[in-house]
Design a protein. Structure first.
Length: 167
């Protein structure tokens, strides 16, 4: 099982920006990294009129599309419950590290991305798996290391030195 790192925080806090800035740092260290993103709202990777959209619209349970540079498997839930993160991870190829955006209540180490200017409370008081907070402002009363959100390489270095265990 690969190591899992979570990024959690309110919408608009900069989770995706931080993640995409940290990925090159991890890869430069020789790590193979995959990502998982939980969308709280519906989404579609497909477009009406495309062949794969028509396959799904006609009732296909799964549609796999392959092109010269990538492939994607789309699974229709229809009336099924959302699968667990553990079930989803079984579909992924082996890597060293999986960075998960969302799934904030799941039990793996997380860095909270917190911007006080959003006017939202921090999530670390309610989520015991937060191990550090990346913020763009000083935080009072935070029991966790506070990392500079505007220095993603420093956040990645914290992950590599404090959280990631080399096999």
């Amino acid at each position: 099982m690969p190591q899992i790192l979570g990024l959690a925080g309110w919408s608009g806090s900069g989770k995706t920006t931080l993640l995409t800035a940290m990925l090159p740092v991890f890869i430069a260290q020789g790590l193979r990294v995959s990502t998982v993103k939980h969308a709280h709202h519906g989404f579609d990777l497909d477009r009406p009129g495309k062949d794969t959209f028509r396959h799904r619209e006609a009732g296909a349970s799964e549609t796999l599309v392959l092109g010269g540079a990538r492939w994607a498997l789309m699974h229709e839930l229809r009336d099924e419950e959302e699968p667990s993160l553990e079930e989803l991870l079984q579909h992924m190829s082996p890597v060293d590290l999986i960075v998960v955006e969302g799934f904030k209540t799941h039990p793996f180490p997380k860095i909270e991305v917190h911007r006080p200017s959003l006017g939202k409370p921090p999530i670390w008081p309610e989520h015991p798996h937060v191990v550090a907070v990346a913020s763009d402002a000083p935080l009072r009363d935070c029991p966790h290391p506070v990392l500079n959100l505007n220095a993603p390489a420093e956040v990645a270095d914290f992950v590599l030195s404090e959280l990631y265990v080399r096999a």
